[in-house]
Ligand binder design. Structure first.
Ligand code: PLP
Length: 457
């Protein structure tokens, strides 16, 4: 039976579907909101209620919902060739084409692509192949990875170890305690008192250099960072931070892994943010989400020539690059990505981001009129609104109040979907958003904060 009635779907979900990132104390009572269809900026639930999707599904539906062009490309490919493996010397046309298209758009000399099933597996791939690379270079002691507090890099065992969001580890074990080391988050809002942003940047760079000295550069393989931290609260680093961290990496023979799962494919107005927005070329670039505009699971790790040369060096008879997934280079996922790239270009979507992004950031500043809003921050079409119980002291609300969740629920009643993460409300709308729709999104959120402020304070 392929279809279920509304109530059957709700029941089946509640009884059998183990949801990611879910609080089961409330889930058992309330179950899920069943989203049944989407059209451009809007999604509709099973009750027939429509919402402006202020989070693009989960930072990914960059081209908007219900794109028949992408669906058609996937259907055509599925009928031509639904699957074949890409291990060894086997390939398919969409995978080869997509690898070339990514190489043409990636910064600097990043021109070798390893396909994965999403962002976590791409980050795992980056670290595994970074270790392999240094082994091949005769530097097997280079194993440690520097990551950052508040960074989000995924949910596989190693990607979760890279992740520096404290609450996510609650109750879980961590592997590789001595392999992954976390530096301070580049959190300008919560920087030490008395420091301006330039001094804060110096502080972060000094901290990194000091930590490398302590751990020994000979023991460190790489530094991983999101250009703008996403799930950790949309934290925008001080000016020059990424370029300077890239220099730190070069000085210490460490690889810079840019996790562009969120920032890639236009969210900051360019294919990728590292070079065009932040002025540096990483050694490995990670992408997923917007790559297929969320229509099919796919991710990629894009490597420099230098790393490719290292990992593809003949290792003696029978030696292979023993890494890969059944669905690496899946033809249907690659067809979805190829069509997405075509649409990003044909519709000049990134020009729209460069117009509506700064407009959204400007309009969001108006939310500071609410006493419960401590900070409004972001870059182009990603934004974070941090709620505080005390603005002067920058003190958050008690966790059991779930302040951002309260705002999220109220905003939904005003017809807009935002995302609560800790005490921060995140916005990451589809990149096709118009100025009028930015107004609708922010007006709905503004009204929701107004409605619940009294209850929160
Ligand atoms: N890296 C970043 C920056 C992310 O935001 C995410 C997911 O939100 C991931 C990695 C993990 O990607 P996935 O959920 O596709 O495994």
């Amino acid at each position: 039976m392929n279809t279920l009635s509304r109530s059957e779907a709700w029941q089946a979900d509640r009884d059998h579907f183990v949801h990611p990132y879910t609080d089961f104390t409330t889930f058992h009572d309330t179950g899920s909101q069943v989203i049944s269809h989407g059209d451009a900026m809007f999604v509709t639930d099973e009750q027939g209620q429509s919402y402006l999707d202020g989070i693009a599904g989960l930072w990914c539906v960059n081209l908007g919902h219900g794109r028949t062009e992408i669906a058609q490309a996937m259907a055509d490919q599925a009928m031509r060739l639904g699957y074949y493996n890409t291990f060894g010397h086997s390939t398919n046309v969409p995978a080869a084409n997509l690898a070339r298209q990514l190489a043409e758009r990636a910064p600097g000399g990043l021109n070798h692509v390893f396909f994965t099933t999403g962002g976590s597996t791409a980050n795992d791939t980056a670290v595994r192949l970074a270790h392999f690379y240094f082994n091949r270079m005769g530097k097997p002691s280079k194993k440690k990875i520097l990551s950052r507090n508040n960074g989000y890099h995924g949910s596989t065992y190693f990607a979760s170890a890279l992740t520096g969001i404290h609450g996510i580890h609650y109750g879980f074990d961590r592997i590789s305690q001595d392999i992954v080391h976390h530096l301070s988050a580049a959190n300008c809002y919560r920087r030490p008192d008395g420091m301006d942003e330039a001094q804060f940047c110096d502080f972060l760079i000094d901290e990194a250099r000091h930590r490398i000295e302590q751990l020994g550069a000979d023991n460190i393989a790489a530094f991983i960072a999101e250009p703008v931290m996403g799930a950790g609260g949309v934290l925008v680093a001080p000016a020059g931070y990424h370029r300077r961290m890239a220099e730190v990496c070069k000085d210490n023979d460490m690889l810079y892994i840019a996790d562009e799962v969120v920032t890639g494919f236009g969210r900051l107005g360019h294919w990728f943010a590292s070079e065009n927005h932040f002025g540096h070329v990483p050694d490995i670039l990670i992408t997923a989400k917007g790559l297929s505009s969320g229509y099919c699971p796919i991710g990629a790790a894009i490597f420099s020539e230098k790393i490719y040369e290292g990992i593809s060096k003949p290792q003696g008879p029978g030696g292979t690059l023993s890494h890969g997934f059944t669905y690496s280079g899946h033809p249907v996922a690659c067809a979805a990505a190829l069509k997405s790239i075509e649409l990003y270009e044909a519709e000049d979507v990134f020009t729209n981001v460069r117009d509506t992004g700064p407009y959204m950031q400007d309009r969001l500043q108006g939310l500071l009129r609410h006493e419960v809003v401590g900070d409004v921050r972001g870059d182009h079409l990603m934004a974070g609104i941090e709620l505080v119980a005390d603005r002067e002291a920058k003190r958050n609300f008690p966790p059991d109040l779930a302040a951002a969740e309260v705002v999220f629920r109220r905003a939904r009643e005003h017809g807009v979907i935002v995302r609560p993460v800790g005490d921060t409300i995140i916005l990451s709308p589809p990149l096709i958003i118009s100025r009028e729709q930015v107004d609708t999104l922010i007006d709905g959120l503004d009204q929701a904060i107004e409605d619940v402020s009294g209850q929160l304070l």
